[in-house]
Design a protein around this ligand. Structure first.
Ligand code: TRP
Length: 338
């Protein structure tokens, strides 16, 4: 049997180059290797945990994220793209997994901690949001995924899923669940791409992203607004490469390593201006993003192709979750009428 991959994204906005380098590129390579059965979830139910009052936004973004997937080369003939809310079995997994996780364990989840801080929930933190690591474990274990290709910030979720799998198997004396493994990008900067402003990670809520579908002018403007070295004022000034977003992005996205090394040296010595570096970075990024942008426009204007792919993918995924749910319930002695 082929090993199974599951991964996904919350549909709260278009995907950006941080997603691309941190996960999407990997997914396409894994899909094309032909070695895996691949499932890609659009996690609309998870998106609702902090957007419950904005269902229209979530729905629109299900479509947009699907367009992003197809544009980067996820092929519905090879990968199943599916919509989380349409798999009712996930709620069942969640129901039973909630018994296996303590409140203090959830409180220690570093990603959720950071998100709670960033989103300023205060005393109105929804239970659903607080518990999403459990429902995400259901996403992963419910389809018996071996491999979860994600960015670094998702590591705590995979750890949570591994713990639940381990505890479930021990408590109910079974081997229903495989222990999923995480697959991180090889390049350490790609694992958590810093935002255009040099702040933490690239994130739509921080408004520091380059989106895959940004038009050429927007891409240009964003590159030219990037954080460099604030003390590098005149071309002949010595510049700093560390913490300079233009060089960080060149390291992550550029192929011509030799040229980039030379640019770094010239920049540090003085004599190489920010504008020249930014022009080059724009070319590098535009070369990657132009074909993606063109495909995006095509899919966006052919919604029937996109919804057909989602429908088929969702049907396929649902069958697998149903099978696994039956096995789970029988391990828990909930098979009264079978
Ligand atoms: N939490 C992920 C994100 O914010 C999305 C997600 C939901 C996911 N379910 C998943 C990722 C299962 C991997 C596996 O991007």
């Amino acid at each position: 049997m082929k090993k199974r991959i599951l991964t996904g994204d919350r549909p709260t906005g278009n995907l950006h180059i941080g997603h691309y380098i941190g996960s999407l590129k990997n997914r396409v390579e894994l899909q094309n290797s032909g070695e895996y059965e691949s499932y890609i979830m659009i996690a609309d139910a998870q998106a609702l945990t902090d957007n419950f009052n904005n269902p229209q936004k979530v729905k629109e973004n299900v479509f947009k994220v699907a367009c992003d997937y197809l544009s980067v080369g996820i092929d519905p003939q090879k990968s199943n793209i599916f919509i989380q809310s349409q798999i009712a079995e996930l709620a069942e997994f969640n129901f039973y997994f909630e018994n296996l996780v303590t409140v203090s364990r959830l409180q220690r989840n570093p990603t959720v901690k950071t998100e709670i801080r960033q989103k300023n929930f205060g005393s109105s933190l929804p239970v659903g949001f607080f518990c999403y690591p459990i429902s995400q474990s259901a996403d992963i274990l419910g389809i018996n995924a071996h491999l979860v290709p994600v960015g670094e910030d998702q590591l705590p979720m995979i750890e949570q899923a591994r713990e639940i799998a381990h505890d479930f198997n021990r408590i109910y004396n079974t081997n229903v669940f495989v222990q999923p493994e995480v697959l991180l990008p090889k390049d350490k900067f790609a694992r958590r791409l810093t935002g255009l402003d040099g702040n933490e990670k690239m994130s739509k809520s921080l408004n520091n992203c380059i989106y895959l579908c940004d038009d050429e002018k927007t891409l240009h403007d964003k590159v030219f607004s990037m954080y460099t070295d604030p003390n590098h004022i005149r071309v002949e000034d010595k510049g700093k490469v560390e913490g300079n977003m233009v060089f960080l992005y060149l390291d992550v996205f550029g192929n011509d390593k030799q040229k980039i090394e030379q640019m770094k040296q010239d920049y540090q010595k003085g004599g190489l201006g920010d504008v020249t570096c930014k022009k080059y970075l724009f070319e590098v990024l535009n070369q990657i993003l132009k074909p993606i942008r063109e495909k995006y426009e095509y899919y966006y204007s052919h919604p029937e192709i996109v919804w057909d792919a989602l429908k088929q993918g969702t049907q396929n995924a649902k069958k697998e979750y149903q099978k696994q749910c039956k096995i789970l319930k029988s391990a828990m002695k909930l098979d009264y009428f079978d």
